[in-house]
Unconditional design. Structure first.
Length: 691
């Protein structure tokens, strides 16, 4: 019965006898078959000969059909793997019992033509054969024939390598014939994956990105103890060392400068695996959309001496270009965890102790990620994946003490508290560092200027002390002063005098300070962004139409509670006539409430609402609920109050005059007095008040 494939008649198969040598005549001890080409069909062969493979009976008719089959697809079972050779079971002649065949590949000896004197004749490379040479590969002692026309192969045949192939190019591939086949991946898939990855990372988030030109840094001889403590933690490779170091503190305390300086110091030592600096004003790095690809890309390139992990990451992208559209958990699995397992199958956890493996991941400004849910999600991933699964990395994280960080790490019951180490910059006195910073930088500014007044013994020590007192440990305050004094085309002597006038509140003539550009404009922008965000979050949560609800509450806590003179016109319910009325003049004052419940009662807030109003202001205000009876709310730095009191700094939309704040307090006090009078002998009929 004629065999067919895709409607095309298949050629007849004959049994070939095993040759003693792969080419030429057989050797002693072997069955002597017909010498010559292996493709020669054998007729009348004995069944006692061990079948070596199936051969192809070639005929002019079948050669004509092969031309028609040139473009026909070959089933996967009958083709070898691209760039290598697949495996297949040995051929067995029908009616015979399968026998064990060695799986060790035999060396193929090429035929060599010889001259009459017996010396080998070199082939003429200038002439091309009309038919390409057959490629023969030994598969476990079984010939991978036929070597004739490819259309004659069946599903049961062992695969051959590119039989009769023409114009085929294989780049950077190791092909091993035998049962164990090893492949080297092409560099093209790595290049494609790398290019795809470059299109999906946030390059501006890197610590050395040009987009972050002139980033905040610790000045020489400042923050020495803190930087030393961080570096000691980084270099501790012991298994007991915590994997997460968290730097927190109020706005402007110098968190970003510490992370930036640490990265610059660790880069030459080969410790940096990846960095990511969030920024609320940069749409590329104010969310988690590009976070994992950016981290994975840097990890891929971090080990200069061994690109294996990086190539594995890039190949993963090439295999699945849609990985960037998946969830952050899936991205982490495909771009970091799986490549680690594939590259280091024994135990990637042990890489942590390898001196050549970069393992520090620095993340700055988590609070700058505009979505609070994304902040919580990233903290969860750090905890459950990086730490709990033992990934070979240490993470340096810096953030203001906003709600997600407090819930995870800073609060007593935080689920990551035991897994992390915390540095709170508010607990460190930075006055000495700020003084050194100001002295060094101001003298450099003066010497590089053309201002003769700023050349020698400038600035005087008393001016430095004034600046240090005004900064009160806030590095961003000192940095803002320096940027104002160092403005181009300005005289630093006069610029510093302007700053000192603003600090003192008046110029030498006694009037208000008049400046075209306020020296603290950058600090003001920072404060404004935090307050506006807190107001928007509160309005979204409570549907509050008051655009200044949070600012109003903040201002009420920033002023002392006023004393109110109240004139009460009361009447005695048990009496009648005009004599029943009398006037009382009473001075009322309310002690500032200390319990959360009292505060919420005075300000007519729902239970828990006070905490929500301040939940996004922890970087500007100290907010502590010791218990239900004791609460503390006050600004970290007095410059916040200065900002809110000056309409030129905070803007008309955020400014609330002092008289409006006092009036708000008065209303609250009168309500308390009215409620306290209920049920008494004298019921207030009219309330008049002055303050």
């Amino acid at each position: 019965m004629s065999r067919r494939w895709m409607g095309i008649p298949l050629p007849n198969w004959k049994v070939l006898k095993r040759r003693g040598q792969h080419h030429g005549k057989g050797t002693s001890g072997e069955s002597q078959g017909t010498s010559g080409n292996v493709d020669e069909p054998i007729s009348g062969g004995s069944n006692t000969d061990t079948p070596a493979c199936y051969g192809l009976e070639t005929s002019p008719l079948r050669l004509e059909k092969s031309e028609r089959l040139q473009q026909k697809p070959v089933p996967d079972d009958s083709r070898g793997t691209h760039g290598g050779v697949g495996t297949s079971r040995p051929a067995v002649v029908e009616g015979e019992q399968p026998r064990h065949v060695s799986t060790e590949p035999e060396r193929i000896q090429p035929q060599v033509e010889r001259r009459p004197d017996g010396s080998p004749q070199q082939p003429d490379l200038t002439q091309q054969s009309s038919r390409p040479p057959a490629v023969r590969v030994d598969h476990g002692g079984i010939w991978a024939g036929p070597q004739g026309n490819i259309h004659g192969r069946s599903y049961d045949d062992p695969p051959s390598i590119l039989s009769n192939a023409q114009g085929t190019h294989i780049h950077q591939a190791n092909i091993v014939a035998g049962t164990n086949v090893v492949f080297n991946h092409s560099s093209e898939d790595v290049a494609r994956g790398k290019k795809l990855m470059l299109d999906n990372i946030a390059s501006s988030a890197l610590f050395n990105s040009h987009d972050r030109f002139d980033p905040p840094q610790c000045d020489e001889n400042t923050r020495v103890c803190l930087l030393g403590a961080i570096r000691t933690w980084i270099e501790d490779r012991s298994s007991t060392s915590v994997r997460l170091q968290c730097i927190t503190g109020s706005a402007g305390m110098g968190k970003s400068a510490l992370v930036q300086t640490t990265a610059e110091q660790c880069e030459p030592a080969g410790l940096i695996a990846a960095t990511f600096f969030f920024s609320a004003s940069d749409p590329v790095r104010n969310s988690l959309r590009r976070f994992i690809p950016t981290i994975a890309y840097q990890i891929a390139l971090s080990n200069k001496s061994d690109p294996a992990l990086g190539n594995c990451i890039f190949r993963a992208v090439d295999r699945d270009p849609l990985v960037f559209q998946r969830s952050i958990d899936s991205q982490l699995e495909e771009l970091v965890i799986k490549p680690l397992r594939e590259t280091f199958p024994e135990s990637y956890i042990e890489l942590f102790s390898s001196p050549s493996f970069p393992y520090l991941i620095s993340i700055d400004g988590l609070d700058e990620c505009v979505d609070r849910k994304s902040q919580s999600q990233l903290l969860r991933i750090i905890s459950t994946t990086f730490i709990d699964k033992g990934l070979p990395f240490k993470i340096l994280l810096a953030s203001r003490p906003e709600r997600p960080l407090r819930a995870a790490i800073l609060d007593g019951g935080g689920y990551m508290k035991s897994k992390s180490r915390v540095i709170n910059l508010n607990d460190y006195d930075a006055s000495a560092d700020i003084k050194s910073f100001l002295q060094t930088q101001l003298r450099t500014i003066g010497q590089e200027s053309d201002d003769p007044r700023a050349q020698t013994d400038w600035p005087p020590a008393e001016d430095i002390d004034t600046l240090v007192d005004a900064a009160a440990g806030l590095f961003v305050y000192a940095s803002t002063v320096l940027k104002f004094v160092a403005q181009r085309h300005r005289w630093p002597f006069q610029q510093l005098a302007t700053v000192l006038q603003v600090i003192k509140g008046a110029n030498p003539t006694g009037g208000a300070v008049q400046v075209r550009k306020h020296p603290f404009v950058e600090l003001d922008a920072l404060y404004r962004s935090i307050l506006v965000f807190a107001q928007e979050e509160y309005a979204r949560q409570y549907d509050d139409a008051d655009p200044l609800a949070v600012i109003r509450l903040v201002r009420m806590f920033s002023l002392p509670v006023p004393r109110i003179k109240v004139a009460l016109v009361c009447c005695d319910p048990s009496s009648s006539g005009s004599g029943a009325e009398r006037v009382q003049s009473i001075s009322y004052g309310v002690q500032r409430p200390r319990s959360v419940a009292d505060m919420e009662d005075i300000f007519q807030l729902e239970p828990g609402e006070l905490g929500s109003m301040f939940s996004d202001l922890h970087s500007l205000y100290i907010v502590k609920w010791h218990d239900s009876r004791d609460a503390v709310i006050r600004p970290h730095h007095r410059s916040v109050q200065d900002f809110l009191l000056d309409p030129a700094r905070c803007g008309a939309d955020l400014h609330i005059p002092e008289y409006a704040v006092v009036g708000r307090w008065t209303t609250r006090i009168l309500r308390i007095v009215a409620e306290a009078s209920e049920g008494s002998a004298y019921v207030p009929k009219l309330l008049l008040y002055t303050h």
